[in-house]
Design a protein around this ligand. Structure first.
Ligand code: SF4
Length: 440
């Protein structure tokens, strides 16, 4: 049995019920109306009551019973140190392309955790494989209507998926998608294409199989992202994987675009989308903004460049003509987006007194020639920036940092980088922060 820990509070929102009741950071919730929440999903469900009895343990170890009367849709205003109050559900696969196994040894332990937890998929859109779920967890997904989930399908043919995940349970994927269909629950799917394993006719079959579930008011498969396999220089020997070449990328683009044309007629949706990386590897133009419908797979790098450019264009209308004092900043990005983001730099530099220089880097750390921004590490930045004039600071896309963290993927901290470069590092999350940091 998975032990449940008290839910430790890390933040109390101002003017909230919790603030009014005197909650303090470090207090922890043991139970709500007699039930110990396993995770944020339970917490939100239990808090949807109008009368709550909370058992809380404070930092001295003393327990308190608190009664709260509130509207059913009113939150308590608490944040916790983790979304899971019991143990993470771990991965039981051995995918040869696993990014966790393609890291150097000797880093902090948390970088090697392989989660495959449906709760994180529901809460944050991370991908899972469905190979490790007990009957109890399947029942919970149904009862609590945990939908949509994000599923790494890779291939629908049992032997191909079993080979890719190195797990005999991986072959049950089509039955599992049928289960979602019967229960009127949804998934978003992804296919990581590994040349000579699940490409060509296998990719065709996978996408057609998935498309057969895109029907009715609540299609069981809402969308599919096709992503190229990512390899690093730390990949294990004998993994049988072949990197995606520009020719292979062009072939996959053509194949998927043919299917998209068919799906637009038969399904009234493009349904399957190619990750931006395919176009960057092939050196082809990205599809127009209108191609992406409501961007169902944006967190998977599908349409994120177009969406970023569109958001910038809208925000740029409000840029001032000038700023009061001269400001010179360096914007560091992955070289995969260098060309696409050039218009942003040109537009920002039209603001008088503002001078933005873009430095586009690839990752020597991972051993890549083309790198997306999110994979650049502290060491890449240090070696790529230290010989350059950096001006008043470095604009750092926060996607290089682990969520809510101040560490890069190689464990270097933002503070360490700033001290090595002797320059302020200014993490920016999204367009609004990018512009704000430039002009404030
Ligand atoms: S399912 Fe994900 S975490 Fe598990 S081995 Fe495969 S890629 Fe790695």
């Amino acid at each position: 049995m998975n032990a449940i820990n008290p839910a430790k509070i890390t933040k109390i929102l101002p003017d909230s019920i919790a603030a009014e009741m005197g909650f303090e950071v470090g207090d922890a919730i043991i139970s709500i109306n007699g039930t110990s929440p396993r995770d944020l999903i339970d917490y939100q469900f239990l808090c949807a009551d109008e009368l709550l009895e909370l058992e809380v343990i404070d930092t001295t170890g003393k327990t308190h019973l608190l009664e709260i009367e509130k509207d059913y849709d009113e939150g308590l205003g608490l944040e916790f140190d983790s979304a899971l109050f019991d143990n993470l559900i771990q991965c039981n696969n051995r995918c040869p392309f696993c990014f966790i196994d393609q890291q150097p040894p000797g880093k902090r332990e948390s970088l090697y955790f392989k989660d495959d937890d449906y709760r994180l998929s529901f809460l944050y859109g991370s991908y899972l494989t469905l190979t490790n779920l007990s009957q109890k967890e399947w029942a919970r997904i149904e009862q609590m209507r945990l939908s949509p989930l994000y599923v790494s399908v890779h291939a629908t043919e049992p032997e191909i998926r079993t080979k890719l995940l190195k797990n005999p349970r991986a072959g049950e994927i089509l039955q599992q998608i049928k289960w979602f269909q019967q229960k009127r629950l949804q998934i978003h799917a992804q296919v990581v294409v590994c040349p000579q394993i699940n490409d060509g006719e296998h990719l065709e079959k996978t996408l057609l199989d998935l498309a057969s579930f895109h029907k009715g008011k609540i299609p069981a498969v809402a969308s599919v992202a096709v992503v190229p396999v990512g390899l690093t220089k730390f990949r294990p020997n004998g993994d049988e994987l072949i990197p995606v070449s520009p020719e292979k990328a062009a072939e996959v683009i053509q194949q998927v675009q043919n299917l998209q044309t068919k799906f637009r007629t038969s399904l009234k949706s493009t349904f399957v989308w190619l990750a931006d990386e395919w176009f960057l590897i092939a050196g082809e133009e990205l599809p127009p903004e209108s191609h992406y419908e409501n961007y169902p797979q944006i967190d998977n790098g599908v349409g994120s460049i177009r969406s970023f450019l569109k958001e910038f264009d809208l925000a740029a209308k409000k840029l001032p003509k000038q700023i009061s004092t001269v400001k010179k900043l360096t914007w560091v990005v992955g070289n995969a987006v260098e060309k696409a983001f050039q218009p942003i730099v040109e537009r920002l530099n039209k603001v008088e007194n503002l001078e933005i220089t873009m430095i586009a880097l690839c990752s020597n750390y991972w051993g890549q020639n083309i790198t997306v921004t999110g994979l650049l590490t502290g060491q890449d930045l240090l070696s790529g920036l230290q010989q350059n004039y950096l001006g008043d600071g470095v604009l750092l896309p926060a996607m290089m940092l682990k969520h809510g963290d101040t560490c890069f993927l190689d464990d270097m901290t933002v503070t360490e980088l700033a001290s090595e470069l002797n320059t302020p590092i200014l993490p920016v999350r999204g367009i609004a922060e990018l512009i704000e940091t430039c002009i404030k």
